[in-house]
Design a protein around this ligand. Structure first.
Ligand code: ADP
Length: 491
């Protein structure tokens, strides 16, 4: 049973609805939300929104904008702070539901929920920061200032892999800086979405300020963008992101995209092997590799190739695969049947390309769930799809390099540029790598995944578009400058 949510429904399966203009609105089509660890288990059902409800959501956000913009920023911050407190109080319920519908482990789900609360609290604090600057004017009588103002109605479209942290890092700054929001969460994770909405609504968010549209993107996507909205912040696949970016540009809508990654970990000959193996395994296998910052290419100086491969294989075989709710589980299932098919397909192609799975390489039959074994692949050339494309599964592809220079060249040989890790005892080398790698995030002796919330996040090349997310950098996207010239009237 889904806990503490405003649901309808019969038996013990909750029925969720969209939240539009301050009320929960249903629809005629019902979608099942499945548990990827036991796909016969329906976690919840969703009364899916239609295009008309999506349009209503944009209209509600538009109507609520002037009053929300005019509320003093610290009062907006108070609501975010209360929502953070509520999420923390509800962390057990939220993380259990998150693990059940998305498949990451309970510990990961709890960490993610705590992170969402911390993000809400951070942006609550930002509402007390300076919101502009004064400038000297060329005219002696002019008071000249510029301030950041909200953009208006923000459309947030989010993926399933971090179903509460990613929405929090879009919604919290959007709301803190005075925008109203229409949010379309991924179809796979509606319960987590409703938990976040409930925390904000119970904290006192006025009607219409946040509207959540639960439904199929093919049904509601067009109506949401055509709303019209003033800004679109999107995290998801390159394919969908680019398509939405084109639509947004045609309409003059401001766009921010966080897309895929093909993140390298470079292991130099002087690296601490145990540290490198542990961090790379974490980056590649935790959350079943379903992170845009996951490590997917491991580029190793040749002298360490065999010993590092051995250590990765040991972890891939040893880390326990199983039900996310079992505290012994280290790696849960993939999020959906489509994901399982995708990852399995990559392995088939890799084998055809001459790749060898040193560990894993196949699904695991556990309770009919969408499990894929943590996998280490060697023997692939740089052109193989497993090395070029985002897999989004627990798979590390090993590539040897004969020098630092070759390692960096291989690491940069990708259309993506989200995050990158380097393992070395030579900090001079590490800083050179940080300069030479084309990535938005660089980790030295740390896994490529894992972010702190107070610093900018985003990628280079095909991984991102528009300004950075998180930290103070978020202000760039969610506000715009207004410059004011004030001459006092003559006495
Ligand atoms: P993922 O593989 O992570 O699901 P997608 O890019 O397919 O990545 O989806 C990311 C988000 O974008 C999800 O919320 C999805 O429903 C939404 N989405 C997909 N296609 C569209 C579309 N045409 N219009 C609006 N939203 C869409």
């Amino acid at each position: 049973m889904v806990s503490s949510l405003p649901v309808t429904g019969h038996s013990d399966v909750a029925e969720l609805r969209s939240y539009v203009g301050g009320s929960w609105e249903g629809g005629a089509t019902v979608l099942d939300d499945l548990n990827p660890a036991h796909p016969s288990e329906v976690v919840a059902q969703v009364q899916a929104a239609d295009a008309r409800l999506a349009a209503d959501a944009v209209a509600a956000a538009r109507a609520a904008f002037p009053a929300w913009r005019d509320l003093p920023a610290p009062a907006r911050g108070e609501i975010l702070r209360r929502a953070a407190d509520l999420l923390e109080q509800r962390v057990d319920d939220v993380s259990r539901d998150l693990a059940r519908e998305e498949g990451k482990t309970l510990a990961e789900a709890a960490g993610e929920t705590q992170r969402a609360a911390a993000i809400l609290r951070y942006y609550a604090g930002q509402t007390l920061e300076a919101d502009g600057e004064t400038y000297p004017s060329a005219s002696p009588s002019t008071f000249l200032y510029a301030r950041r103002e909200p953009i208006g109605v923000v459309l947030a479209i989010t993926p399933w892999n971090f179903p509460i942290a990613i929405p929090a890092w879009k919604l919290a700054p959007a709301l803190a800086y005075g925008n109203t929001v229409v949010w379309k969460p991924a179809e796979l994770v509606p319960v987590t979405a409703v938990h976040l909405v409930c925390a904000l609504v119970d904290a006192g968010l006025p009607a219409g300020v946040l509207n959540v549209v639960l439904g199929r993107s093919s049904v509601v996507g067009e109506a949401l963008l055509a709303g019209p909205v003033d800004a679109l912040t999107f995290t998801g696949s390159n394919e969908v992101g680019r398509q939405l970016q084109l639509q947004a540009l045609e309409r003059g809508t401001k766009v921010q995209l966080e897309l895929g990654g093909k993140n390298p970990a470079v292991v130099l000959a002087d690296a601490d092997l145990e540290l490198a193996a542990e961090q790379i395994a974490r980056g590649a296998f935790l959350s079943a590799g379903q992170k845009c910052t996951a490590t997917s290419r491991v580029i190793v100086e040749r002298s360490l190739f065999e010993p590092l491969a051995e250590r990765l294989v040991e972890r891939a075989r040893g880390w326990r695969l199983g039900d996310p709710l079992d505290p012994e589980t280290r790696v849960g299932p993939l999020a959906s049947a489509a994901q399982l098919e995708r990852v399995t397909g990559f392995l088939e192609v890799a084998r055809r390309d001459g790749g060898e799975a040193l560990a894993g390489g196949e699904p695991a039959a556990i309770d009919g769930g969408f499990y894929f074994r943590p996998t280490v692949v060697a023997g692939l050339g740089p052109e193989s799809p497993m090395v070029r494309d985002e897999v989004f599964g627990p798979v590390a592809a090993l590539l040897p390099a004969d020098s630092y220079e070759e390692a960096v060249a291989l690491a940069n040989d990708t259309p993506f540029g989200l995050s990158a890790a380097v393992f070395t005892r030579d900090l001079g080398r590490a800083l050179r790598f940080a300069k030479e790698i084309r990535a938005g995030v660089v980790k030295v002796n740390q896994e490529s995944a894992g972010l702190e919330l107070q610093v900018p996040f985003g990628g280079t090349k095909a991984s991102s578009s528009g300004s950075r997310e998180q930290g103070k950098a978020a202000r760039e996207f969610f506000t715009e400058w207004k410059t004011v010239y004030v001459d006092p009237p003559p006495p």
